[in-house]
Design a binder for this molecule. Structure first.
Ligand SMILES: [Zn+2]
Ligand SMILES: [Zn+2]
Ligand SMILES: [Zn+2]
Length: 179
């Protein structure tokens, strides 16, 4: 085996070992952390990106996206955005108010009262999607977290907290959306 081959093989081994012992979340966190470091050399960033592009890990689409300055309108959250600011957690819609439901137990038809047992079955749910409310409301998830979009086909409308542009009245004020 040539010297170059051995080096290549060792580098491959190190990378494989590292990836086999790192979670996706840890990898993402450490890369983002390194990129925000004050003393980062721009050449390191360029070399890293060049290698990732050559390996097909970073698609050409990424360069196109960050060069775009065309303002878009998200048809889910109805906020303006440019594609370079889009991301997996960019579009966030909170649940609506809580509602109390008694899903299965009916009041006693003779007396009009709900038994003590029935009251214990009252559930706390979000009226927008019927998601049950967890024990700790402070760590409650959002109704939706994802990417902003200009395509209505990507959106699940419910006329409550996810309304169409027509229902929200945004159509008159926004420019025609472009893909
Ligand atoms: Zn909801
Ligand atoms: Zn959005
Ligand atoms: Zn809208």
């Amino acid at each position: 085996m040539s010297f170059t081959g051995a080096t290549h093989s060792e580098a491959m081994g190190v990378l494989r070992y590292f990836l086999n012992n790192t979670t996706a979340q840890e990898l993402q966190t450490s890369v983002l952390s390194a990129l925000s470091h004050q003393t980062l050399f721009s050449k390191d960033v360029e070399d890293l990106l060049a290698a990732l592009e050559r390996l097909g890990i970073v698609p050409p689409l990424a360069r196109t996206a960050i060069s775009e300055t065309h303002p878009r309108h998200c048809v889910r959250c109805h906020n303006p955005y440019v594609e370079r600011d889009n991301g997996l957690r960019a579009c966030r819609i909170p649940h609506t108010d809580l509602q109390l439901t008694v899903p299965t137990v009916q009041a006693n038809s003779a007396t009009g009262t709900i038994s003590t047992t029935a009251r214990t079955h009252v559930q706390r749910k979000f009226s927008c999607c019927n998601a049950p409310v967890g024990v700790d409301v402070t760590v409650q998830g959002m109704h939706f977290v994802g990417r902003h979009t200009t395509l209505t086909a990507n959106v699940v409308y419910n006329a409550i907290n996810v309304k169409t542009c027509g229902e929200r009245g945004c159509n008159a004020t926004r420019p025609v959306s472009q893909q």
